[in-house]
Design a protein around this ligand. Structure first.
Ligand SMILES: Nc1ncnc2c1ncn2[C@@H]1O[C@H](COP(=O)(O)OP(=O)(O)OP(=O)(O)O)[C@@H](O)[C@H]1O
Length: 330
């Protein structure tokens, strides 16, 4: 088995508070192999973005990080900002929901792209411009020369997201982290960006950690899924394992009872009850008070992760019973 592109082990992220500290991420283990596209899903506030930020050593102060995060073999936890320069861009690059915020409105797209490319590829201005043109062509920007001459506000949301993907790829990262990169785009443009990412994964073997609320996108784009709940990974497996045969009651709820919205893609924010406040985590399994299958043990003991079959892993005391439960709760 080849070395993973991303290997997270025992990751915890904690923020100090006036009265008590709050642990946002708990015992996260995750592995992404070369060429995998892993969808990280879960309700709002469960810790998806914080996991992504931790991978680039970008947890905001005063958060503290413990555990291990290896990106292409390089340990991220405990590194200084200067050392993390070796990871950001060249080992892992990130694209965000609001790409406009990542660019400076006062400089042309061309100037910003060439400066960043020169920083990572040690080349002169003319070569950086050629690389920018090539990368914009590879993300199907209609007129790359024209796009490079424009200021960010003169391009559409979809075009700016293509610029950000091109910029990320120009640095030749091993891992692309995409944090809800299509949420702010209209449906047609969303579909174009998803199909572009799928094409890049197929053609170049790009490894992607894709954060989303949208299970339709997971089915189209990803080959693996990790489901997060209240700062923990509760189920991981292939798309077929997790979407067609979920074993955690939370994942089963997401996959079976979530209504279809507008354009036919399913959104996650509709399970009755609420994700617990991370400052006051319930004892035992954090999902037990929303779970139709909970037994006494669930309110007492945090379930360990069990391997169901192959790479399908579930952290639930009732994981063995969930095939029937999924039918009951749907
Ligand atoms: N800078 C911060 N300081 C303290 N707590 C934070 C900070 N940023 C996020 N959190 C908390 O961390 C938890 C996880 O947030 P995160 O943004 O990772 O969730 P998410 O799953 O990405 O949600 P969404 O889908 O809405 O983006 C939340 O409870 C949030 O309030």
């Amino acid at each position: 088995m080849s070395d993973p592109v991303l290997e997270i082990s025992g990751l915890e992220v904690t923020f100090p508070g006036l009265v008590r500290s709050t642990t946002i991420l708990r015992s996260i283990d995750m592995r992404i192999d070369a060429g995998d596209v892993l969808g990280l899903v879960g309700e709002s506030g469960c810790g998806k973005s914080m996991t992504a930020l931790a991978c680039l050593g970008m947890v905001p102060a005063p958060g503290s990080v413990s555990g291990g995060i290896k990106v292409d073999g390089y340990e991220v936890v405990g590194r200084s900002d200067a050392e993390l320069g070796a990871v950001r861009g060249s080992k892992a690059a990130m694209i965000f929901q609001n790409p406009m915020r990542s660019l400076n409105p006062f400089f042309s797209v061309g100037r910003q792209m060439t400066e960043i490319i020169r920083l990572h590829r040690s080349c002169d201005k003319a070569d950086a411009y050629m690389i920018a043109m090539e990368e914009l062509t590879s993300v199907h920007m209609p007129d790359p020369d024209f796009a490079l001459s424009k200021y960010p506000h003169q391009l559409s949301g979809g075009q700016i997201q293509r610029v950000m993907i091109a910029l990320a790829l120009a640095c030749r990262p091993k891992l692309l982290i995409a944090d809800e990169p299509t949420t702010a785009l209209d449906v047609t443009v969303q579909a174009q960006i998803i199909s572009l990412l799928r094409e890049l994964a197929d053609k170049t073997g790009l490894t992607i950690l894709f954060i989303t609320h949208d299970l339709g996108v997971v089915s189209q784009l990803c080959n693996r899924v990790a489901v997060m709940y209240a700062g923990r990974i509760v189920e991981t497996g292939s798309v077929e394992d997790v979407i067609d045969n979920p074993r955690h009651p939370y994942a089963a709820k997401l996959m079976n009872t979530v209504p279809t919205i507008g354009h036919g893609l399913r959104d996650l924010d509709s399970i009755p009850g609420q994700v617990p406040d991370p400052a006051f985590p319930p004892p035992g399994c954090a999902f037990h008070d929303r779970c139709a299958l909970a037994i006494e043990l669930c309110s007492q003991t945090i379930p360990r992760t069990k391997v169901m079959a192959g790479a399908h892993e579930v952290a639930c005391h009732r994981a063995g019973d969930i095939r029937d439960a999924a039918k009951v709760t749907s």
